[in-house]
Design a protein around this ligand. Structure first.
Ligand SMILES: Nc1ncnc2c1ncn2[C@@H]1O[C@H](COP(=O)(O)OP(=O)(O)O)[C@@H](O)[C@H]1O
Ligand SMILES: [Mg+2]
Length: 214
């Protein structure tokens, strides 16, 4: 599904975030990306939806060279990907349900079908009963589950998450990790950058050290 072929990523002026990375991820796999702070975990994830582009090498998703896609092609690429990234903030002035509806409304989904899907996504993360709540009224773990519901509402085949259990206490982290395990169980490809990969038993590990795969 994903093929990194001799990837390098440099940020100006001369920061090497990734060096000579080659790896493949098959459909249906559960993969954790681990390594110290600054190892390149976030950068590696960002290459897949073309949030960042490689300086050298190619990233293929389903055979498509994502680093070479033009702007107009990106929405089509990202339609197949669910992102749980730190910078994908929840909207605090609207309900949990409205947060999950938003990605479908943007793509012009018929309202009734959008609502049905949004409720199904909330149900999957155990938040259907809180559909009307504002995010501020949700706990940290519930907010993270809401972010997951929003990421999967368009039913992507690939779910990418960047340290989704950071800032959560141990029990809540386990609960949130369990949701990713459940998506993996039903066939979604899951790739998670994490400090604590004990939360993701059975995952294949990609370990980064100063931008290199070890
Ligand atoms: N937008 C950016 N501009 C410049 N340097 C960056 C940028 N993003 C990340 N870096 C640098 O690239 C390296 C890898 O960062 P990152 O991928 O965020 O690592 P991790 O997620 O493992 O902590 C670090 O040295 C970081 O400071
Ligand atoms: Mg990071």
């Amino acid at each position: 599904m994903i093929k990194f072929n001799r990837i390098a990523k440099r940020y100006p002026p001369d920061i090497t975030a990734l060096a000579d990375i080659s790896a493949e991820i098959s459909a249906g796999e559960l993969v954790t990306v681990i390594g110290h702070s600054g190892a390149g975990k976030s950068t590696l994830l960002k290459l897949i939806p073309a949030i960042e582009r490689p300086t050298a090498g190619t990233v293929l998703m389903n055979g498509q060279n994502v680093g070479a896609l033009g702007r107009s092609a990106l929405p089509f690429l990202r339609r197949n990907i669910g992102l749980v990234f730190q910078d994908q903030k929840l909207l605090f002035d609207r309900s949990a349900l409205a947060n999950v509806l938003l990605p479908l409304e943007i793509t012009g989904f018929p309202h009734k079908e959008a609502r049905r899907r949004a409720e199904a996504a909330l149900d999957k993360v155990g938040l259907l009963a809180r559909a009307r709540a504002l995010p501020i009224a949700l706990s940290g773990g519930e907010q993270q589950r809401l972010a997951i519901a929003r990421a999967v509402v368009h039913r992507p085949s690939l779910l990418l998450a960047d340290e989704p259990t950071a800032y959560l206490d141990a029990d809540t982290a386990q609960n949130v990790a369990g949701i990713f395990l459940e998506f993996h169980r039903v066939g979604v490809t899951v790739m998670v950058a994490t400090y604590d990969d004990r939360l993701f038993p059975g995952a294949r590990r990609l370990r980064l050290d100063h931008g290199r795969l070890t």
